[in-house]
Design a protein around this ligand. Structure first.
Ligand code: MSP
Length: 513
């Protein structure tokens, strides 16, 4: 049996509230998942929640609840986000689940038995905010950067994972696997980071300092460092150590933000896998950040956009459309509410919504609410069909290459082209003519508008699944689960029943009420 197409997102910190960055990563991954399903692949799509660590322990204490109660509340918020955004994940992992805890302990034991984890005394600087040990080289202008919060000097015994042992192997692997990190320019940052000798990674925290974590199987007076714990989710969720594991592994894509590529995903994770004898994931898809006035949106900066407010007000698919239209995957993008409204009113309302309304209106008025037969083919028709075929080809190629923003640009150019075609043919004028050829032209125009809109809607399905299904239903087309044979121009809609007029994208002032 062929392996599933396995796709993961980063697991969100349970400590914060869902924001635009989380929403984007899920929508981006969902679009990839839906696109691949529609291409006939069997997809396994995982997302989840990262629940251990100091910050969660502190937040729970502040809220006067146990860490697990706190995480349960947070998990409800994050899974609600997935539901509202129509995310089609097949599984949701929480790092407090037994399946995860058991796997982390299994791996730790394996590495300990192998001698890749050892105990040593550590004396040095520790950032409580980042829960990590620091070195002099982490200072900027002789001071600890703000992100580390309080830095204290400590001496303690801890367990270390032998990263350095695998450094040369990792450098070679990255240099020899061009597809390992996408976009490629990010791989350079990793190679740059690996120019310096790696320090072994401290993977334990004494329990007297941190209770909320997974106890080490070989020394229960310590818990596991949160990154070591979190990364394992990608394999604990799919049954590492069982027969089922190879149904999904190796992952086709780990989708992550640029802030967590170096070192956790590009150094710790590959070395952890190598050390336990598991194949490398095929690829990391590293996306950029949504910025607000040039800064990363973050809870501590107070510049967070609540994705649910936007989705509630303008519709989930508008929100998904905007994220995919405005972000060039891999780059950063500035969030602008004005641009959001412009995209909504102009692309969605004026171009797509208007086309649908014209079709339903004219189909009702001139063709008794049914898609007529297209009998004529002249230059305008040939052009429209050619444009449909080119758009479909290009959009599929661009989706495949993660160029979603350009794919949408092409699809919406085509949608504007359909509106232009309607204006060129002007069915409202043809309807006044007594010439039988004009009647045939009128029918042809309505049929071709319906067929072009059908193809556009199918192309939009991975990004706007709800709107796509709705349009298809309104124009009398069957629901679509696969691209197979669905993007060719044909007469499949002839005789289909066109619905009554329906406003898909009401004007924002109407929405406000
Ligand atoms: N818990 C870790 C990931 C562990 S994965 C084994 C974590 N969590 S996070 O909640 O801080 O971030 C989750 C994802 O959201 C990351 O991939 C991160 O890059 C992404 N984003 C967080 N803020 C973002 C923006 N402002 N813009 C886009 N994505 C960003 O890191």
């Amino acid at each position: 049996m062929a392996k599933n197409f396995y796709l993961t997102t980063a697991i969100d910190y349970a400590n914060g509230s869902p924001h635009l960055g989380h929403a984007y990563e899920k929508v981006l991954s969902d679009v990839i998942a839906r696109f691949n399903r529609m291409r006939g692949k069997k997809v396994h799509f995982l997302t989840g929640l990262d629940e251990h660590g100091q910050k969660v322990q502190q937040s729970a204490k502040k809220a006067g609840v146990s860490p697990l109660e706190f995480c349960n509340e947070q998990a409800a918020k994050f899974t609600d986000l997935c539901k509202k955004l129509n995310i089609s994940n097949d599984d949701y992992i929480r790092t407090t689940q037994p399946r995860h805890i058991e796997t982390v302990r299994l791996i730790l034991q394996k590495l300990f038995d192998k001698g890749d984890i050892y105990k040593a005394e550590y004396k040095g600087f520790y950032s409580t905010r980042q829960e990590q040990f620091l070195q002099e080289k982490d200072k900027v202008d002789g001071k600890w950067p703000e992100i580390f919060g309080d830095v204290v000097e400590i001496t303690e015994s801890n367990y270390f994972f032998r990263l350095q042992k695998y450094q040369d192997w990792l450098v070679d692997y990255i240099k020899n696997h061009d597809d390992f990190i996408y976009p490629r320019f990010r791989a350079k940052q990793v190679v740059e980071f690996l120019r310096e000798p790696l320090n072994d990674l401290c993977i334990s925290r004494p329990r007297e300092r941190l209770e909320w974590g997974i106890p080490l199987p070989f020394d229960e007076s310590y818990v596991t460092y949160v990154w070591f714990d979190a990364l394992v989710n990608y394999i604990s969720a799919i049954g590492y150590g069982t027969d089922k594991f190879s149904d999904n592994w190796p992952a086709d894509f780990h989708v992550i933000g640029k802030d967590i590529l170096v070192p956790p995903h590009s150094v710790y994770w590959p070395i952890m896998l190598k050390a336990i004898g598991v194949d490398m994931p095929k690829s990391f898809l590293v996306h950029g950040w949504w910025l607000s006035s040039g800064e990363k949106m973050s809870k501590s900066l107070g510049n967070v956009v609540n994705p649910l407010d936007l989705a509630d007000k303008f519709g989930v698919d508008t929100f998904r459309y905007f994220l995919m239209r405005e972000m060039n995957v891999g780059q950063d993008s500035e969030f602008s509410f004005d641009l959001f409204v412009t995209r909504y009113t102009s692309d969605l309302g004026n171009d797509l919504g208007n086309l649908l309304n014209r079709l339903l209106n004219m189909g009702g008025r001139y063709c008794s609410g049914k898609v007529p037969q297209a009998k004529i083919e002249e230059e305008f028709e040939t052009e429209l069909k050619k444009s449909a075929a080119e758009t479909a080809d290009e959009a599929m190629r661009l989706y495949e290459g993660m160029q979603f923003h350009i794919a949408l640009e092409k699809i919406f150019n085509f949608i504007r082209g359909i509106n232009r075609y309607a204006e060129q043919r002007a069915p409202w004028k043809l309807a006044k003519s007594a010439d039988p050829k004009d009647l045939e032209l009128l029918n042809t125009t309505i049929a071709n508008m319906a067929e072009s809109l059908r193809i556009s809607s199918i192309l939009l399905a991975p990004i706007m699944p709800g709107i796509s299904a709705k349009i298809l239903k309104l124009i009398g087309a069957s629901p679509v689960e696969s691209f197979e044979g669905m993007l060719q121009w044909g007469n499949s809609l002839e005789g289909a029943k066109l619905a009554e007029k329906e406003i898909l994208f009401p004007r924002p002032e109407q929405k406000a009420q």
